[in-house]
Design a binder for this molecule. Structure first.
Ligand code: AMP
Length: 285
């Protein structure tokens, strides 16, 4: 496995491999790998001739009060895990190599970026879309693989790729969970034992609403209330950022769940802000 930090060098290699007719895949990450990341790599390895992984904690998607400095890092362990997963190239650029002097361009998908996480993190998706566009331009992959854990991110990247005619297919993969249902996340290490025990209820609340919807409850407000009540009761140390039901295409609010929709949540618990989501659908679909 090659470890490369110079974007130009990576671009040269990636371009040559793509021109040679190879199917190449990129898994963009911020590192500190867990099974969620490894699952994306496994899928990439299975579907591509060359698997690239980028590891870059992107400063532009963190607000000044957020956890950029504290974000968990562990390059050596990550490199070992990537090597074991059959990754052919690990891209680990520095901030200065990515954002060259005078960097001024941003990619914005304005309406979708305002929904859900965008309300409390208004600059987040501008940072995400911009860095992903840069990573795709550097690595020119045939496929780029993202997790549904960050469903809003996935939908925004798919929109961006379509709007900009990017020569990369954006693939979404299911959420990988701990045995008790908690969505795996690098940020789960922030949780104390007590918070960790409560965190499993995030998924349990989503499942409860999914079940109610499948049994005939179509009123989004009532489903949302049901999730909030569950969290109030079972996550006493948590603070809900949002619980929303939105359209899977444009992320607009859904009031009546008469077709498949996305139920998405963010909950502050101790030092962590945890996100999760699930699709819900009425019985008749
Ligand atoms: P991150 O390093 O947290 O930026 O995540 C890198 C990629 O892994 C993103 O596409 C995430 O959506 C994906 N990912 C993170 N956690 C999970 C998970 N539990 N299941 C599936 N994909 C995940």
């Amino acid at each position: 496995m090659r470890i490369i930090s110079d974007p130009k060098q990576f671009q040269r290699i990636a371009w040559e491999e793509r021109c040679a007719g190879k199917c190449t895949a990129l898994v963009p990450t911020m590192g500190f790998f867990h099974e969620g990341h490894m699952e994306l790599m496994r899928w990439g390895k299975e579907h591509a001739d060359e698997l690239y992984v980028s590891l870059f904690v992107n400063p532009k998607q963190f607000a000044p009060h957020e956890d950029f400095d504290a974000y968990p890092r562990g390059l050596e362990r990550d490199a070992d895990m990537a090597r074991d997963a059959g990754v052919s190239l690990l891209f680990t650029p520095s901030k200065d190599l990515m954002y060259r002097e005078g960097h001024a361009t941003a990619v914005v998908v304005p309406e979708m970026a305002k929904a859900l996480c965008g309300k409390s993190r208004p600059h987040f998706f501008r940072g995400v879309a911009t860095v992903v566009a840069m990573l795709l331009n550097v690595s020119v992959p045939r496929l780029a693989v993202f997790g549904e854990k960050d469903r809003q991110q996935l939908l925004i990247i798919q929109r961006m790729a379509k709007d900009l005619h990017l020569p990369t297919e954006i693939v979404g993969r299911p959420i990988v969970r701990e045995a008790d249902g908690l969505a795996m996340s690098s940020r789960n290490v922030y949780l104390s034992a007590d918070e960790r025990a409560q965190a499993k209820e995030i998924h349990a609340g989503l499942q409860k609403a999914r079940q109610a919807c499948a049994e005939g409850e179509e009123d989004a407000a009532r489903l949302i209330e049901m999730v909030k009540e569950h969290y109030g009761e079972h996550i006493p140390d948590g603070a809900v950022d949002y619980v929303e039901i939105v359209d899977l295409g444009d992320l607009d609010a859904v009031h009546v769940v008469n077709k498949q929709a996305l139920l998405a949540v963010a909950v502050h618990l101790g030092r962590a802000r945890l996100i999760d989501n699930i699709t819900i659908a009425p019985a008749k679909e």
